[in-house]
Design a protein around this ligand. Structure first.
Ligand code: NAP
Length: 312
């Protein structure tokens, strides 16, 4: 008999269909009476498919007493209660590496778009201001700047290697010094003081909550820019909004927000901010590769009791 799998969402239609062919697949998003479903089917479910954005709804693990594995669509795992999983003997997989290039590209895109004021320039051309008022105000060059990276992991290193050809000097802050030639800082304020541009690329969760705070932003200074492709929780958003309003920093490029998708509307007021709706891994190619890795993890668990990309 095929394994009973519960997916919390249709993560990519083709790949959800693949799972439906191989497994006894249940779609949580299509179940009307969730309590009746759990009473009837909950004890049969041994695998759960979810995403780094959705996680596991409160109390659901209690209703799936025979759950063995959670395969998550996304690399971050800050939404999961790892202790609760360990206590229950539940394994967890994520989708690292396959999204690194697109996320790093997005960080670089936001860096250039913010310093070169791409959105303002686009509006300048479209709205007729160019014809009416002449050239748009001058922008800032990336070349020659110091780039600080918070979290030099897979994505952080991919950002650094893309940024270097643009003529920036790279420094980083993390829990450990890496075997790289970039400048290491064991203190985030010190990195921000050194940097002209600070890009956050670390995990979310308790350890990094609000780590980019008022002190970090004021160390970055009035000619400094911040880019966040990490998690909204990494940013102290009220401090960032104050810093943008009071010109404590020069601008920001943001892919992630504290309360997604209900972003703080204050961000929309600022001309010196470039906004992106958590789309860093949102290409057809990368989302398909992530979906394939979800399927591969589930198959590896089903066939060999192993995960391809385990978190725990
Ligand atoms: P990774 O390879 O595990 O790298 C994480 C890096 O962050 C490591 O260098 C690590 O340093 C550092 N770090 C961990 N905890 C830290 C802390 N408390 N303080 C400072 N640095 C810390 O992960 P990755 O694949 O590069 O992904 C990084 C993060 O990017 C994910 O966790 C996710 O939140 C985010 N992300 C966002 C998107 C998006 O759509 N915007 C997409 C994918 C990923 P050590 O090596 O010293 O531990």
């Amino acid at each position: 008999m095929s394994r009973s799998v519960l997916t919390l969402m249709d993560f990519r239609p083709t790949y959800t269909a693949m799972l439906a062919e191989k497994y006894d697949l249940h779609r949580w998003d299509e179940v009307d009476d969730k309590q009746a479903f759990l009473d009837q089917v909950g004890s049969k479910i041994t695998a759960l498919v979810t995403s780094a954005g959705v996680g596991v709804p409160d109390g659901l693990l209690d209703k799936l007493p025979n759950l063995e594995v959670i395969t998550s669509f996304g690399v971050g795992y800050d939404v999961f209660d790892l202790d609760a999983c360990r206590t229950r003997g539940i394994r967890l997989s994520n989708t690292p590496d396959v999204l690194t290039d697109d996320v790093a590209d997005t960080a670089i895109m936001l860096m250039h778009a913010t310093l070169r004021r791409l959105v303002v320039g686009d509006d300048w051309a479209r709205s007729g201001q160019w014809a009416a008022n002449g050239a748009m105000p001058l922008t800032r060059s990336v070349r020659g700047k110091k780039l600080g990276i918070l979290g030099l992991g897979r994505i952080g290193q991919a950002i650094a290697s893309r940024a270097e050809p643009s003529g920036v000097e790279v420094g980083y802050f993390g829990r450990s010094k890496k075997q790289v030639d970039y400048h290491y800082f064991d203190d985030l304020v010190a990195l921000a003081q050194w940097s002209d541009i600070l890009i956050a690329a670390c995990p979310g969760g308790e350890a990094t909550k609000g780590i980019v705070n008022a002190d970090v932003l004021s160390a970055l200074g009035p000619d400094g820019y911040v880019v966040n492709i990490a998690r909204g929780s990494v940013m102290d958003e009220p401090a960032l909004i104050n810093a943008l309003r009071d010109k404590v920093i020069a601008g920001a490029g943001l892919d992630v927000f504290y309360n997604e998708p209900n972003m703080d509307p204050a961000f929309a007021e600022f001309e010196n901010v470039v906004l992106y709706p958590h789309g860093a891994s949102g290409t057809v190619e990368t989302r398909n590769a992530m979906a394939q890795l979800v399927v591969d993890n589930l198959d590896a668990w089903d066939q060999r009791g192993e995960l391809v990309t385990p978190v725990i």
